[in-house]
Design a protein around this ligand. Structure first.
Ligand code: PLP
Length: 443
C-alpha cells in the first residue's frame, strides 16, 4: 500500500507529514478500508485479531500537551509503542525521543532527518557497548544513577551530557520504578563529586514518578527534590541547565498533573528563563494509549449445553468461557507487565455491528488462545448470553505497552495494525471495525 492510498482530505490531517510516507510494507488504510480484501489477504486466518490505530489521537494528544505544558518539550518514550507510523508522526510534529537501548536509538535515527540531540538515552544502567555506540552516533544526553555508570561513561563517551536520575515517590503508580532506578538524595553529592573527578559534564536532573501515575501531587514533591539536586550541583561546581520530569502521565489526569507540575516549577524554578533551564519530559502511555483499539474474534466457547442442568446461573461465577485469538502472550501482555484491567465489549454479534443494549447478559470469562491457563484476559465480566463463536469483541486503550512486548508463544502470530487518520468523531475507526466485523469470517 503506497502513498496513493492516503486520504489527504481528512479534516485533522489536511496533508499527512512527509515523514509518514514510504513504508509500503505496513498496511496503511487511511480513509475507506476494504475489509473483505483484507480478509482475503489473511486467508486462511481470516478471523485474525487486529488493531485499529487512530493516528489523529496521537496528534490530538500532542496538541493537548502543547496547550497544557507549553514550556515542557516531550521526548516520547519509544518503549511504550515503537510503531513506525506513530514514531514518524511524532518526529514530524517535532517531539524528541526517550530511548532505552541501541535498538531504539537506531530505529529513531534510521528514519532520517532526526538530529541525535532529539534523543535522550534515558536508561541509567547501560551496557558499555551501548554507551560507545551512542557516542559514535552523536547521542550525548544520557541518564545515570550510580558510580559504575560514571566509570563506564568516562571510558566510552567523555563528551556525554549527563543527567542524574533521582529517586522520587512512585507509590501511587501502576508500575513503580524506584526499586530498580533512581539515586536517593543522600547519595547525590558523592555521585556528583565522582562525576567531577572523572571530568564528566553533568547537565541536569531527571526523575520518573512511576508509569501510570494516579496521584499527580507526587510531581510537586519530585520538583522540590529536583530543586535540591540543582543546588547540590552548584555545590559540586556544576551549573545545571536541564530538568527532565519523566513520564507517568495518565490520560484522565493529565490536566491535573500539568497544573501541579506548572505550579511546582513556578515555585521551585522561578528564575528558569533567565538561567536558561530547559525542561523536558518522557511521556509514553499518554500519547498512545487511546490511539489503538483491538478487535478479537471469539474462536471457541465453553458453555453448558442448552438441555444440560445448569448450576452456574444463580451463582456469582462466570457461566460461559470465551476463547479469543489474542491473549496475555500477545497484545494482552499488558495485564501481566503493565497491571492493566481489561474491559471487553461486543463489537459484533451474529454479523451485526449494532447490539441492542436490551440483550440478556451473563457473567462470563474471556481467555487467550494459548494452551496456558495463565492466559486469561478477563476472569469475570458481563457479556450477552447470545454471544457465539465467530462474534467479535472490542478492547479500548490498547496502544500502550501492548504490541511492543507481545510474543508469538505457541505459534500465534502478532495481531496486525490497520491505520486510520481517525475521521470526524472517530468515524474511520468505527467504519474499519464495523466493516470488518460485518465481513468477519468466523462461524
Ligand atoms: N521514561 C522512562 C525512563 C521509563 O522507564 C518509562 C516507562 O517505562 C517512561 C519514560 C514512560 O513512562 P509512561 O509511559 O508512564 O509515560
Amino acid at each position: 500500500v503506497g502513498e496513493a492510498d492516503l486520504d489527504t482530505g481528512n479534516r485533522i490531517f489536511p496533508s499527512l507529514p512527509p515523514l509518514l510516507h514510504g513504508r509500503p510494507e505496513i498496511h496503511l488504510r487511511a480513509g475507506v478500508m476494504n475489509a473483505s480484501r483484507l480478509a482475503e489477504e489473511h486467508e486462511p486466518d481470516a478471523e485474525k485479531a487486529f488493531f485499529v490505530a487512530d493516528l489523529s489521537q496521537v496528534y490530538l494528544q500532542h496538541q493537548r500537551w502543547k496547550t497544557c505544558l507549553p514550556e515542557i518539550q516531550p521526548f516520547y518514550a519509544v518503549k511504550c509503542n515503537p510503531d513506525p507510523y506513530i514514531i514518524r508522526l511524532l518526529a514530524a510534529l517535532g517531539t524528541g525521543f526517550d530511548c532505552a537501548s541501541n535498538g531504539e536509538i537506531s530505529q529513531i535515527l534510521n528514519i532520517g532527518g532526526i538530529d541525535p540531540s532529539r534523543i535522550i538515552f534515558a536508561n541509567p544502567c547501560k551496557a558499555v557497548s551501548f554507551v560507545r555506540s551512542a557516542a559514535r552516533v552523536g547521542v550525548n544526553m544520557m541518564t545515570f544513577d550510580n558510580a559504575d555508570e560514571l566509570y563506564k561513561i568516562a571510558r566510552a563517551h567523555v563528551g556525554a551530557k549527563l543527567i542524574i536520575r533521582i529517586l522520587t515517590d512512585d507509590s501511587k503508580s501502576l508500575c513503580a520504578f524506584g526499586i530498580k532506578f533512581g539515586a536517593p538524595l543522600v547519595t547525590v553529592p558523592a555521585l556528583l563529586a565522582k562525576a567531577r573527578e572523572l571530568h564528566l559534564d553533568v547537565v541536569g536532573v531527571s526523575f520518573h514518578v512511576g508509569s501510570g501515575c494516579y496521584d499527580p501531587s507526587v510531581y510537586s514533591d519530585a520538583i522540590m527534590r529536583s530543586r535540591a539536586v540543582f543546588d547540590m550541583g552548584k555545590e559540586a561546581g556544576y551549573t545545571f541547565s536541564l530538568l527532565d520530569v519523566g513520564g507517568g502521565f495518565e490520560d484522565s489526569l493529565f490536566e491535573q498533573a500539568a497544573s501541579v507540575l506548572t505550579r511546582a516549577i513556578d515555585q521551585y524554578f522561578p528564575d528558569r528563563q533567565s538561567q536558561n533551564i530547559k525542561i523536558i519530559a518522557e511521556p509514553g502511555r499518554y500519547y498512545v494509549s487511546k490511539a489503538l483499539k483491538l478487535a478479537a474474534n471469539i474462536i471457541a466457547r465453553r458453555a453448558p449445553l442448552a438441555d444440560s442442568p445448569t448450576t452456574t446461573e444463580a451463582s456469582d461465577q462466570p457461566g460461559v468461557m470465551y476463547y479469543i485469538n489474542d491473549g496475555v502472550y500477545g497484545a494482552f501482555n499488558c495485564i501481566l507487565f503493565d497491571h492493566q484491567v481489561i474491559h471487553p465489549y461486543v463489537l459484533s454479534m451474529n454479523g451485526s455491528f449494532h447490539v441492542p443494549s436490551s440483550v440478556p447478559q451473563m457473567l462470563s470469562s474471556v481467555w487467550g488462545p494459548t494452551c496456558d491457563s495463565i492466559d486469561c484476559v478477563s476472569p469475570k465480566t458481563t457479556l450477552p448470553s447470545a454471544l457465539r463463536v465467530g462474534d467479535w469483541l472490542g478492547f479500548d486503550n490498547m496502544g500502550a505497552y501492548t504490541i511492543c512486548a507481545a510474543s508469538q508463544f505457541n505459534g500465534f502470530e502478532l495481531s496486525n495494525v490497520i491505520y486510520t487518520t481517525g475521521g470526524v468523531g472517530g468515524s474511520e475507526v468505527h467504519r474499519v471495525l464495523a466493516e470488518f466485523a460485518a465481513n468477519g469470517h468466523g462461524l
